[in-house]
Design a protein around this ligand. Sequence first.
Ligand SMILES: Cc1ncc(COP(=O)(O)O)c(C=O)c1O
Length: 399
Amino acid sequence: MISKRLAAVKPSATIAVSQKARELLAAGKDVVVLSMGEPDFDTPEYINQAAVEAIANGKTRYTAVDGIAELKDQICQKFLSDNDLSYVPSQISVAPGGKAIIFNALLATLDPGDEVIIPAPCWVSYPEMTRLCGGVPKVVMCSSKDGFKMTPETLAKAITAKTKWLLINSPSNPTGACYSEDELRSLGEVLKSYPDILILTDDIYEKLVYDGRQFATIGSAVPELFDRTLTMNGMSKAFAMTGWRLGYAGGPEWLISAMRKVMSQSTSNPSSISQYAALSALKGSQAFLDDWCQVFEARRDLICTELNRLPELSCQKSEGAFYAFVDCQHLIGRSSPAGRQLRNDTDVVTSILDEVLVALVPGSAFHAPGYFRLSFAASHESLETAISRIENFCQNCGA
Ligand SMILES: Cc1ncc(COP(=O)(O)O)c(C=O)c1O
């Protein structure tokens, strides 16, 4: 029998859809997979080379539990130059993925009943990780009228005597919404009155922002909150290193050391080879990112323009990350081209996958029913195919 704790946790819906898409692909079906949360680019070659050298040089043993000293130094430099955040190495944690950083932080701090405020639409894992760590997710829906961002008023309403954390994710998975410095400052004004609330900012999509937008993070936008903010980031999205499993964070020393304790009795250190690869990634030229962002921006424009042309669908322009969050409420209550009832967003996504072979993720996985998430981390050609298949689906839906 599995534990009660785990029984309360839902499996990752994004992984479930991708699994179904993989099965269809294995059966020889020509599926366009737009459900995955990873860049379609290869890890840059200089990073691969650094890993090969690390192996050749015998860097294949256990390391310090939460990261090698050289990498922590480099992460301090990154935070200073990119984010104007001044950390010392004892305030840095390196873990097997950004996901592990968040999990370690929650496990290290949550007591039963402690609440975590999660602005929604939100990444699938935040509420489930909170539950797994014994906390209570307080998912707060943010209106599309506010660009799916939390306002100071909604934040103030969500705070209770049990609030332990506020989670911020900008650019957002699934909406692509980015908080400006001013928007973070106005949330900061509310938080200043609650000195016991910790803030976790998930900045994993920091480097993928569009239209010349400036990325902002709350620890520097609101310096008064720096001492109780965990600034999380990682290699997965900006460096196309999802499989390398390397995430990191800067935060108060007491929290970093508590997270180290969790790691010391669970995963131990992240892969030594991935750490050396990350060191070279952060040290090296990141000029390739300009090209990647241009490509993503062009794809975003294609997706948003074309989907907004369809009377049944609409989406806002993503400000960052590589997702379009599409309103499909006009399809709900109708029937699919094959005659299935479309009762909700999951029915829409399932029918689109089965009937026109495009894999998407239902909005309900992100606590936002009535929408679906489309990842534009796919070639222009695949996106054009997907658009014409989705258009065909919409045009052939019954009343
Ligand atoms: C918002 C967000 N945070 C964290 C992660 C996890 O990243 P990592 O691969 O570093 O564990 C993801 C991955 O999909 C994500 O979308």
